[in-house]
Design a protein around this ligand. Structure first.
Ligand code: PMT
Length: 427
């Protein structure tokens, strides 16, 4: 894969040296594009030595080959680390006044940025608005992490660690892989996707190597008759992001997908498609038998119609009102938790519309107590958030009801954070 690594002017540029080195050692063709300010922190010889490619910050070098367009076009991925408030603002507003911003503007490649700056600059309304704009355009924002800053202050603003940036970037590319499953994608597309999966794995920390992970995604549908069902708005994005993130980290993943397209699921992930809650129950129970981890991200219907009509329900027969009797579905998460073999980790989700944070937490605590799982990922859902969005906001609780992690960002970055917070507990 051809990766353009943009480096902007922050002290964290020294950490980007190992990001570049990691990509190169994993077999990627890496082109570093520093800004003039970045070169005050780490010089051209270092970037050339680690990337094994010529490096320039000058827009007017190599004008004959239209360098910014050429670089932008050949990039499969652009990673900007560190990304300063200034460069983030330029990207958000389409300002192109150096080689890096020109390259980004000329490219269709996925863009991943790792912000690094003082907490005050990060929290400034202008920066937050710019970051929101970039996220809305599909840019993946990794971090910043919280902690000791360069001066005496501490807070959010530290650049994420190179391993985490690489993992998020490569997972993002995986998530964007072109469809092949059940589609007429040409063999070359399949090969290139395979290559991406392999190189992604090679470039990331394989901290889940060989771990058997079962993930459910999507929403179950409960039919009334051959043409109608009761369902929910789950798109499967959060569950599929967890599956992709776990696979990129070396896990052996089985995805149980309820009513969602799985064309974009990376090769190597075993997919079983289901529709109703009872089908999901069977599939996940079978798969869970020899799993190390089960993650229930699917939105499961609590009830199903007591009777499924064999013919279409006709208005002529039902009149102005239709009454349907529902019966309760099995609580799959509670069943899995109760029956889990020694050492298996079971992680549930809680989709709640409660807006008050304290009440939300209480709902999460009572849900984990009822379901008996090891961790519960609590997310607030509503008309415009949680379901079918690209971003998510989560709180992860342990069995004691303590908060072990809070994360917000793209569903892919949240997926990685959930895996970080929970799978370190796998024996
Ligand atoms: O798919 P997306 O569009 O990306 O949206 C993601 C999501 C909002 C669907 C996801 O993040 C999420 O919250 N999934 C869980 C939805 C849900 O069913 O929540 P719940 O609070 O109703 O259920 C709690 C847990 O019990 C869940 O793990 C659920 O899978 C499980 N459950 C629920 C009912 C049931 N009969 N059996 C179950 O196992």
């Amino acid at each position: 894969m051809t990766i353009v690594v943009g480096v902007t002017g922050g002290i964290a540029a020294y950490k980007t040296v190992s990001l570049v080195r990691g990509f190169v050692l994993a077999g990627h063709d890496v082109h570093v594009v520093p800004t003039e300010a970045a070169l005050r922190f780490v010089g051209t010889p270092t970037w050339e030595a680690v990337s094994r490619n010529p490096v320039t910050a000058d827009l007017y070098d190599g004008v004959d080959e239209v360098r910014h367009v050429a670089l932008g076009q050949k990039a499969d991925l652009i990673v900007i680390a560190p990304a300063t408030a200034n460069t983030i603002a330029k990207l958000a507003h389409g300002i192109a006044d150096d080689l890096l911003t020109n390259t980004v503007l000329a490219s269709k490649a996925p863009v991943v940025i790792a912000p690094a700056m003082h907490t005050g600059m990060w929290q400034a309304p202008a920066t937050q608005a710019n970051v929101r704009t970039l996220r809305e355009r599909g840019v993946v924002v990794v971090g910043p992490a919280s902690g000791q800053l360069t001066g005496s202050d501490s807070g959010p603003g530290r650049m994420e660690e190179p391993d985490d940036i690489a993992r998020a970037a490569l997972t993002h590319v995986l998530g964007q892989a072109p469809a092949t499953q059940g589609s007429a994608a040409p063999a070359s597309a399949a090969r290139s996707r395979r290559a991406r999966v392999d190189s992604a794995s090679a470039g990331t920390r394989l901290d889940l190597d060989g771990l058997r992970v079962v993930v459910t995604a999507g929403g179950t549908r409960e039919p009334f008759d051959p043409v109608r069902f009761m369902g929910n708005r789950s798109s499967g994005k959060q569950g599929m992001a967890i599956a992709a993130a776990a696979a990129a980290r070396g896990a052996v993943v089985t995805l149980i997908a309820a009513n969602v397209g799985t064309d974009a699921v990376p090769d190597g992930i075993a997919v079983e498609s289901v529709s109703t809650t009872l089908e999901l129950e069977k599939a996940v129970t079978d798969a869970a038998g020899d799993a190390d981890v089960v993650i229930m991200a699917a939105a499961v219907a609590d009830y199903r119609p007591a009777q499924v009509q064999q013919g279409k329900i006709k208005k002529e027969h039902t009149g102005d009102r239709l009454t349907v009797e529902f019966v309760v579905n099995p609580d799959i998460l509670a069943e899995l938790s109760a029956a889990r073999p020694e050492g298996q980790l079971v992680i549930g989700f809680a989709a709640e519309t409660e807006k008050d944070p304290a009440t939300l937490l209480e709902l999460g605590r009572s849900k984990i107590a009822r379901k008996g799982c090891d961790f519960l990922v609590v997310n607030n859902v509503g008309w415009n958030h949680g379901f079918a969005t690209d971003d998510n906001d989560v709180i992860v609780l342990n069995r004691a009801g303590d908060i072990v992690m809070e994360a917000s960002g793209t569903k892919l970055s949240v997926a990685d954070r959930i895996l970080d917070a929970t799978l370190s507990r796998v024996p």
